[in-house]
Every structure is written in C-alpha cells, then in structure tokens.
Design a protein around this ligand. Sequence first.
Ligand code: GAL
Length: 679
Amino acid sequence: MIVPRLDSALAYGGDYNPEQWPETVWPEDARLMREAGVNFVSLGIFAWSRIQPTPTTWDFAWLDRVMDLLHAHGVRVCLATATASPPAWMARLYPDSLPVTADGVTLHFGSRQQFSPSSPDYRRHAAALVRRLARRYARHPALATWHVGNEFACHMNECHGEHSVRAFRAWLKNKYKTLAALNDAWGTAFWSQIYGSWDEIHTPRRAPFISNPSQLLDFRRFTSDAFLELYRMERAILKRATPEVPVTTNLMAFFKPLDYRAWAREMDFAAWDAYPDPALPDEGRHWSAVGHDLTRSLKPGLPFIQMEAATSAVNWRELNRPKPAGLMRLQSLQALARGADGVMFFQWRASLSGAEKYHSAMVPHVGAERSRIHDEVRRLGAELKKLAPVAGSTVRARVAIVMDWEAWWALELEARPVRLDYMATLHAVHRAFYAQNHAADFVHPEADLSGYALVVAPVLYLLTAKGAAKLDDYARRGGTLLATYASGIVDEHERVVPGGYPGLLRDTLGVWVEEWAPLGARFTNRLRFRRDRAARSAAGELSCREWTELVHAEQAEVLATFTDDLLAGRPALTCNQVGQGRAFYLASGLDAAGWDALAARLAAELGLEPPLQAPRDVEVSERVDAEGRRHVFILNHRHEPVTVSLAALRGTDLLTGRRVAKRIRLAALDAAVVAADGA
Ligand code: GAL
C-alpha cells in the first residue's frame, strides 16, 4: 500500500479546499465524502494566506478543525505544504521574489505561482511554513502523506530575475570550476562569445538571434535543479519531523521543464495529474495511457497515484467539453489498469468564485443530490472498494521506449534541420504498442535494460558515452534495439560527435549517416521493404514523415530502402547483428500506420503477446502482484457494446462478482477487471 492506513487499499478522493467555504459547509462535505467512499484528500494546497495572513501571524485553528473532522469521518489526508502560491505580503515586502521572463517582464501577484525558485525570501518563508505545519500535524491521526507544493513550474517555468542570475552563475561554477572549462563546453569561440568573467554570464535572456545552445541546455538543467532544490528543502524538513510519512508531489508526466527522473528519486511514490481532452478524437485515451506509463516508469516496480483529474470539463482550454456519462469511470479504471493505486480529482466541491469556478468537481454547483456527476462519483467510490485486491501489483512491460529529458531539451533547441517534436514522436511510437496492447515502459538510456525484449530509442539526439555503452551492451547481450533517425548526434554539452552520425552508436548499429534530408510538409518519400518487394502490401511500403537520412550501411543488413526524392534506393531501415542481439536503425519518421506495421512486425518476430487479442478500441492491461496473481483489465473505449474473446483466461470479474470464461460482453464504455484463476 503506497498510501498508508487507508481503510480500503486504493486511494480515492481529491483536492479539498475548505478555506473557500463557510465552516457550516464542512460537515456536509465530510458526510458526502464518507457516503461516496472517499478515503483520501489533498488538503490546503493553496491555503498559505489563510494560514499565515501576515508575515508574523499564524492561524492553524481552522485547519485543526478540518483535520479532526476528516479524521472523524475516516478520511486520510495528503497534507499540502501550502507553498504553491505565496500570499500578497510576499510580493509587497519582497518584490524581487517575483519571477521575471526572458524578455525582462515581471510576473506579478494576482494569479498563482508568482515566485522565483531562487528567491532567498521565498525559500526562507516557505521553509518556516513547512516547519510549523510539520511540527503541528506530525502526530495527527489523519495525516497519511505529504503533498509538497503543487505542479512545480506549471505556469512559471523559468526565471531571469536577479536571484536566478546569481544562482545560475553559482550552479555553473560548481559544474565547470573554471571559466576555461565553461568556454570550452559552450563553444564560445563561435560568434565571439568567450567569457572573461563569471559576472558576464547571464541567464539566456531574449537576444537578437539564435542563442548559444549549450547555454540554453545548461539553463534548462539549472532550472529543473532550482525547482527540485525547493522540493528537497521541504522534503528534508518533513522527513525530520515524520520520517515514516511518505512525501510526494504532483507531476505532469510529459512536462518538459522538469527532469522528472531526478525528481522521482526524491519522491516516495510518483503521482501525476491527468487531464485528457475529451474533445480529442479518441477522447484522450492514448494521451492518458502514455502519461500513466511514463509516471509508472519513474518509480519502477511501484504503483503511482493519479493525484488529479477532472470529473467532467476543465475550464482552461479554448473549448471545454464535458465527459460523457461513463467516461470518468472508464478513465479511472484505465489509470488503475496501467499501474495506479488511487484516483483523485480536482476538486472536491466546485468553487463559486475565483478563476476555476467553471471547472467540474466531485460535488458540482447543483449539489450532490441531483447530479449525474456526483452519482458517478459515488458509483466509482463503491467500485474501487471491490478492486482493493489490485493494490500493490504492477504492470510488467517487455517493451521499453527510451526517454530522456536532456535529449528532449537538446532536440528542440533552435536552428535544427526541421522542427522535431520529441514528445509527439515518443507518443507516436508508444501509440503503436498501446494499440496492440503491448505494455511499454519509458526508460533512461543509462537504466538497466536487461528485462526488456525490445528497446526502442526514438530521436535520441543527445546521448552520453555511458548511455551509448548501455544500449550497446543491451544489444550485445541478446536484446533487440531499434534506434531511429536523429539519434546520438551530440554529447552532453550539445557538441556534435564527429566522424559520422549517429556518433557513439555507429558500431552498435553498423551504419553511418552522412546527411539529413528533412521532409517538412512539402516533400515525401516512402520506405520499401526489400523482401516484400513483390507484395507491395501495406506492410511492404511505409510512408515517411518529417525526416529522412543518407545512410551508409557498413556491417548492417539493409531491410528497406527509400523509393524517392534525394535518397531513392538508399537504406531506410537496417539491422545489425551485434553480439547475441540485433540493432535496427530506422532512418525516417513514420506515420501512425507505419509505426503500427513496424511494431507488429517486431512484436511478432520476438513472440510478444498481449494479455488478450482484443478488438480495436478495447484496451487490455495486466497487473501482476508479488505472488504472481494476475488482474486483467479489459476496457471498452467504444460507445457501443463489444464482445471480447478471453481465450484461456478464466476468473472472476471483480466489478460484477461474476465468473467469466471464453468471452465477455461489455456495454459501451464499460470494463471488466478479471482476477485470473491459477497462478
Ligand atoms: C491543475 C492544478 C489544480 C487545478 C487544476 C485544474 O493543474 O494542480 O490546482 O488548477 O489543474 O484543472
């Protein structure tokens, strides 16, 4: 159980903001929570100005009463440190604590998150607040976990103010020790950028033309570290007061500004906020799946918590569509299917004022009685109790997709052959495996890859020598590696590895790349498989997207060639036998059909089987516990009924309590969670 002391093992609840309401509403909140099966709430995330109305006055009495009330109703608390948004007095007393953009614009008080991560005054006051909270509630029976800050860097994700400039210089001094080393790493001989003094170095403010890419990359690292320092500062205070209470914060999965791998090391369990857009053609189901899989991968072998979601519409998109009846439930079951041990929502009760009053909630404006949404909230709470046996188990993936924040930052710097979108590419690769119900993890290139049958490294533009050695070792020991175009180009300083791309992976892949031929929107090409030349089937030819390359196959065998453009007849897909394993190189981007075909081909060759052969739009995911007990989630994303063949799977559907075998019929947007017999 990652959240301690829950009555039923899965966590269920949401952000609870009682400070927005008269105290007379609280007893009803607590009663409704109990009736809805809520056992866990995130409390006080934006309550700093209520707790500390002036720099020298504190008011915890109201929070004491809320904690006691929740405890009396069996609701555990994920107690926030309330540092996410400083009060007005902070901006008044310390205007230099406000963040500054790259254009020199100060972001003022009046919304939220208006602090520079490097402001000493913000840090000092935040630490004082956390110390008091930790001391006061350390032994409170309602306290289950700590919630540090909120969505760090969500709105304000870099700062160029005076404190940040100073902190950036200190960070650089610590990293490079000498100016000569920095000048070398940043290649400052180019465009007369050589620094003669540390004081000449600034955060990368708005400049006339393309900025120094190595400086930009270091600034990204510094910024992620600066926010992480805040988290660590709070965590250290909390751990001193309550070493046994888990500490976490809510991440946002594919969130570029923060390297969540470094963050996850400091978190007792991972948590993320999932806001799929119901207006997407698939209602956001793949967007959610890929976010769950990344979050799960941040703490291998551990469940995670979906810390926030919307019960229906959000209020911050151009078009805020509600979720049709049943979708919130299905999405919640999807989170569990992919490794979550709890589902939480923003927020418990819909606000009547403020910036988010048109955001859906667990108790909507109409109240609990006549509400479709609240009915669904209650039903979900009851169902989660039935799913308690799933808690603690995990998803075991055989496919890994290499994902590295540093590669992301570097790939998307300015002045590239064409704009490549790292996240979109990773999503496209993941989607192909997802559509075929093959579980996939996201891994760092330097991680232990030995458990995976297939490792895909898409557009891994920045790669360290250690990362390259790990990938090489994985393949040599019998693994199957698929690396793509635009990989292994630069080292950690954004310096090209000379001697032909993909630099350090050349020997592993048995190819070298001489030139790039990006396609953009105007140019097209196709990739034709050699052995399938006669067939001309869909699998025999794939459409290229975005990018192609002039490849020289050295040791590698050429499996497919380009049909047109500058590269007609040249290698497009190669395979190198290396040690006990194989290393494929794909020299082109692919569309969805292309990735589907390639994923299917590799899965078939490797004998990878999904938990069930399911019809289209039926998601299947399996969780396995330490004793080998299996729970198979079958999720019907169609708005019509579907029949799924269960093959050899037999067991009990925990949602209905019925025995299932042979086949199962699921209504529109319905699901089954089969506790498999045997094992
Ligand atoms: C999250 C945030 C919440 C709330 C929610 C609305 O990003 O953590 O505080 O703003 O979005 O969707």
